[in-house]
Design a binder for this molecule. Structure first.
Ligand code: G4P
Length: 541
């Protein structure tokens, strides 16, 4: 008798919760319109009722040395760190990223906690410095990207030039989803290449479907009536060209991070935003499976796992608590349930975990993959820490980037050496800065992305740890982590260049380069040494 093989499909307990979640971030160069777009998305989601409710969280340029401004900024950015809202039955987690470039590393780390991003580009300025860097991080992770070309109501660059510039500068293929009809004061609206209709531009649209002009095809004479003969003819020509080149969007290519759908609009006028949101809901990835140091963690697994991607300290010395941001990667997070803190090898539980629904801090009972949970922390967490239901592994792909400004820490009060050391360790655990120790010596060097962080560190060391420090500028421009296949070669290089060698907090060797010229020279002279500009917090075994 032949055996009958019965197979059971694995029960995916949380499938429906996972399917209805989308976690993403909006990234842009400052002033491109991220805050404005965020606000419009929240209005659609009903998370806020009035315009102007989302405060810009950027520190204005003139305020870089105003400490109160930093504090105010941090307060706002905790409140808006994660904005959760519902749209057409989909639960959207929008993770905020700091606008100021000095906090860029915070942004890079937030990008490790999202499944996709929306990139805002100012049509007048095109691709700017921070856009380039942020996209590099997205590309490292093959993060799917949707592009929103903003400020079409201003006289910007030509539409084809913009597409070409973005493709060239960001090395990503774009796929137009809407197409603009003029720009600046002649901006008449956008043609939806997918739905084959036109939305005529009016300032502050409510985006009702009534505003949409449905066309049979582009030969429809109503086009000439509404746009005028010249603009109708240009649109017909443009669309023929665009359709010929791009055809239908290949969603798999988008999900693989190879093709980015692009929309044109004006965030401040709430124009073109709804089209983008509709597409986002349709194609943006649900929470994905993630690599760890041991194995791939399937997002559908029953057992809980998650990692800390950001730690936010309370600057008020009366409240020394911190908030650790946990991204749930699999299973169900539950309040008061014991989970394993892998690095400390101990069980921990949380009685007041909170979510960010509708921007108020609500204690939550449970959370699912894609969600972000705020955990009160008294110093037990550092960036990259993993919580599980018992297994030991770390999530990979959480990078540290080379800092760009280096300063030696000068202890002004030797009586407080212990406090200083504790403070430096804790602040660097939070990811405020990176700490390097001179090779074979004691010199402590702090590396940051921006000047502002040194102010934050100095203030916090004094107010939270009672340690008074000064900083002495160091003539370095980059820190490169060094490795080699040959242990001997690495030792030789380290000994020979000891003045430029330091160890990071995890004991990894770092070469501190004075300039690009020095770095290139060392690279050429030492082909057996590899120089890395990023370091993985956790590497696969
Ligand atoms: P950011 O978060 O990316 O830094 O940018 P934000 O939204 O704060 O926008 C920067 C400026 O650009 C704001 O003006 C905002 O009103 C304006 N803006 C945003 N979208 C559009 C658009 O589609 N068209 C035009 N013309 N302007 C737009 P501001 O003067 O700096 O601030 P505010 O006083 O208007 O708040």
């Amino acid at each position: 008798m032949s055996k009958v093989l019965v197979t059971f499909a694995p029960v995916m307990k949380y499938h429906s919760e996972i399917r209805r979640r989308r976690s993403f971030a909006i990234i842009s160069h400052p002033d491109a319109g991220k805050t404005t777009l965020t606000e419009k998305l929240l209005l659609f989601g009903g998370a806020i009722q009035t315009a102007g409710a989302v405060k810009s969280n950027k520190i204005k340029k003139h305020a870089t040395s105003d400490f109160m401004e930093i504090e105010r900024q941090r307060g706002i950015s905790v409140a808006t760190s994660v904005m959760t809202f519902e749209f057409q039955g989909i639960l959207i987690n929008l993770l905020d990223t700091p606008g100021h470039k000095d906090f860029a590393e915070d942004t890079y780390r937030t990008l490790t906690a999202v499944d996709s991003v929306i990139l805002v580009i100012d049509s007048v300025n095109g691709v700017e410095e921070q856009t380039r860097r942020l996209m590099e991080v997205c590309r490292m992770r093959d993060t799917p990207v949707i592009v929103f070309i903003n400020k079409m109501d201003r006289d910007g660059k030509g539409r084809f030039d913009l597409i070409e510039e973005v493709e060239r500068e960001l090395s990503i293929q774009l796929h137009p989803m809407t197409w603009p009809i003029n720009s600046g004061k002649d901006f008449k609206g956008v043609y939806n290449l997918h739905d084959k209709n036109i939305r005529l531009f009016t300032a502050n649209t409510k985006a009702d479907d009534d505003d949409v002009l449905q066309l049979q095809d582009l030969t429809d004479p109503v086009l000439d009536q509404k746009l005028g003969d010249r603009d109708a003819a240009v649109l017909r020509e443009d669309v023929e060209l665009v359709d010929g080149v791009h055809g239908e969007l290949n969603v798999d290519q988008y999900l693989a991070g190879k093709v980015a759908p692009v929309f044109f609009g004006s965030a401040v006028n709430n124009f073109g935003v709804k089209e983008m949101l509709d597409t986002f809901i349709r194609i943006a990835p649900t929470p994905r499976s993630r690599e760890t140091t041991k194995r791939l963690v399937n997002v559908e697994e029953d057992k809980f796992s998650g990692f800390i991607f950001k730690i936010h300290a309370n600057l008020d010395p009366k409240h020394r608590d911190r908030i650790a941001f946990l991204r749930v990667c699999s299973g169900k997070f539950e309040r008061n349930k014991y989970f394993k803190h892998v690095r400390l090898q101990k069980d921990v539980r949380f009685s007041n975990p909170y979510s960010f629904l509708a921007r108020s801090k609500d204690v939550i009972e449970e959370a699912y993959p894609g969600d972000v949970v705020g955990l009160f922390d008294t110093g037990n967490f550092k960036i990259g820490d993993t919580l599980t239901e018992g297994e030991s592994f770390y999530f990979t792909g959480i990078p540290s980037f080379s800092p760009e400004i280096f300063k030696e820490v000068v202890n002004k009060d030797p009586m407080k050496t212990k406090q200083l050391e504790k403070g430096l360790l804790q602040l660097t655990d939070e990811g405020v800065a990176q700490l390097f120790t001179q090779f074979g010596g004691n010199k402590k060097i702090i590396g940051c992305v921006g000047e502002l962080q040194f102010e934050v560190i100095q203030y916090r060391l004094l107010h939270e740890y009672g340690a008074s420090v000064d900083f002495k500028a160091q003539p370095y421009y980059k820190a490169c982590w060094i490795t080699s296949e040959s242990e001997q070669k690495l030792q030789d290089f380290t000994r020979f260049k000891s003045a430029n060698i330091a160890e990071d907090k995890d004991g990894h060797l770092v070469y501190l380069a004075q300039s690009e010229w020095f770095l290139n020279t060392e690279r050429t002279n030492n082909p057996d040494i590899e120089f890395h500009f990023t370091s993985e917090i956790h590497k696969a075994e």
